[in-house]
Ligand binder design. Sequence first.
Ligand SMILES: C[S@@+](CC[C@H](N)C(=O)[O-])C[C@H]1O[C@@H](n2cnc3c(N)ncnc32)[C@H](O)[C@@H]1O
Length: 360
Amino acid sequence: MAKLSGLKFPGGCQTLPEGFWSAVDVWVTKPHVVNKRVCGVKETGGENVDREALRFLLDDPELSRDVFSFLTGPAPPAQGHHQPWSATIRTIIPKVNCYGTSVQKEVVLRDRDRQRVTFLPFEEDAAGHACLRRANIYQIQTLELRALSPDAWFSDGVAYPKLTWLSTDLLPKLVRWASECKSGEFRSTLSLLPVEKYSLTYQQLKEKYKNLVKVWPEVTDPEKFVYEDVAIATYLLVLWAEERAEKRLAARQSFVDLGCGNGLLVHILTNEGHPGKGIDIRKRKIWDMYGPQTVLEEKAITPSESFLFPGTDWLIGNHSDELTPWIPVIAARRVISRHNLTQLLKCHLISSIRDNIMHM
Ligand SMILES: C[S@@+](CC[C@H](N)C(=O)[O-])C[C@H]1O[C@@H](n2cnc3c(N)ncnc32)[C@H](O)[C@@H]1O
């Protein structure tokens, strides 16, 4: 076992050991916060395992001995009697599927007595056979990095980052998160969605709309705009599908994109079956390329009666400049007009007078 690098906490750090574990949780559950080639992970399981269970999992006496001494050495447990490891499995979902039908997983073993977490990477094939990547077993202890066989380490920058990246990029971040004890702040936008569905839909839509990059008539960077709008459309499509399933809705949600710019988001959402339109004060050349099914209007929006969009399910405003503060105003006016403000006030007034009378 080799210690690769270690960092010190700032003097007087008051957040240990909780800070260490909340920093580890960020790395385990949201690696995409630091590893941009990963879309997210799915963490499953959560049970205590002992030496016997690990021996069964590893299924090889020599390997079990090496892994076990890596897990337990060199520090003795803080208390005399060692608690079992708390084990979860995280499945890594890459942004671009570079592994074909095989799936990259890690058994994550948290050892609360020794203040360390160990990662045992597995590759699972389509038939469900898992193969341990022995060379990439590593461990983080408050706050040192160790690898079982650093000389044989394999790296592809996705599920298997470089060892130097783990020590020079990840470790300092873990120290910062641990000393600030901030894991709760990393509520990812993807936490609202099933990450696997997002990743799959994103890859399908990227493939479907990639040709737009070649014919982009605007002066803006096509790679940036096309893939960013594909990502936003993916997010909305998955979110809306979840909403329909949860509320048992048959009809696809309608939308209006306020300050739609190039209109690509409107085009993708319409193409994927959602009724809606985009409005912008300035028409773009690309609007004419989409075809008549993509509804785009050149108009100046104001937060007035004529722009309340009754009957539309979703108002979208992405980087919509001066429209940004108006969108919540438009949304609030829609709610108020739907429930009829005067009626509402009358009801409250009458019922509170009646309650007061009854209490007298
Ligand atoms: C930063 S761009 C964003 C465009 C697009 N939503 C996107 O994400 O690429 C802001 C857009 O809002 C439009 N806009 C600003 N004020 C507007 C208004 N009052 N009515 C209609 N469009 C407006 C601008 O013309 C511009 O296209």
